[in-house]
Design a protein around this ligand. Structure first.
Ligand SMILES: Cc1cc2nc3c(=O)[nH]c(=O)nc-3n(C[C@H](O)[C@H](O)[C@H](O)COP(=O)(O)O)c2cc1C
Length: 209
């Protein structure tokens, strides 16, 4: 979901989601995760700070480096197709740099959501703990679906970690892996009509017997 109603999710429901999600599996039960949830005035404050950074053209910098390019062709193609179908729904041409920036900015507007959560893990940890973080993310988002709460995972929210640290409580030795904006869906928003395709079973799975 990339557009939200302003009404907050009750505290008790948010706590229940994260309380259940912490029961998720992780390699060697290491539970490398920490989640910092930001709501209310703090969330608005963070939204403003992030947008200020984005508008100033600040390049930011991630706690965990992104893979260096070139990426495999199939991955690049799907990434591009994801961006373009999103722009097309919003009536933005590929050549319209300003329009694309306007859409990218929505990440830092937290898509208008009343809450954001920042998923972090110790900086010294690597890929296998990143997998655990993904498992936690999926667990959280499914628990939210079950309660009628929409969400959007955002790698973009790892781009300005220092700004996030000004507002959210991130453990000192941790790096931010991704963020998650969440709240109740705005059912009238065009942006929420985007549907992303998936590869067929045969393309992503093989069976030998
Ligand atoms: C770890 C992760 C990071 C993501 N980062 C972003 C992001 O920064 N901005 C965004 O708009 N969507 C982001 N997404 C959403 C994906 O683009 C989306 O899940 C994908 O296109 C499939 O679409 P669907 O979830 O609507 O089926 C992210 C998803 C995941 C799992």
């Amino acid at each position: 979901m990339r557009a939200y109603r302003p009404d907050p999710v009750p505290d008790a429901v948010i706590r229940e989601v994260f309380d259940l999600a912490r029961l998720a599996q992780s390699g060697t039960n290491s539970q490398p995760w920490h989640v910092a949830v930001v709501s209310g005035a703090a969330c608005d404050d963070l939204r403003n700070r992030l947008c200020e950074r984005f508008d100033a053209g600040h390049p930011g910098g991630r706690d965990f480096e992104r893979p260096s390019e070139p990426l495999p062709d199939a991955v690049m193609e799907r990434r591009r197709a994801c961006g373009y179908s999103y722009y097309a729904t919003m009536g933005v041409e590929r050549s319209d740099r300003e329009g694309r920036a306007r859409i990218a900015r929505k990440n830092y507007e937290l898509f208008g959501a009343p809450h954001a959560a920042f998923f972090s893990m110790p900086l010294v940890l690597g890929l296998s703990s990143g997998v655990d973080m993904g498992i936690l993310l999926q667990t959280v988002t499914l628990l939210m679906v079950e309660r009628g709460i929409g969400s959007i995972a955002q790698g973009a929210l790892a781009q300005y970690p220092d700004t996030v640290r000004e507002v959210a409580s991130i453990p000192e030795q941790n790096g931010i892996v991704f963020g998650l904006s969440f709240g109740y869906e705005d059912p009238d928003a065009l942006i929420n009509t985007v549907r992303m395709p998936r590869e067929p079973l045969e393309a992503v799975t093989s069976f030998v017997s």
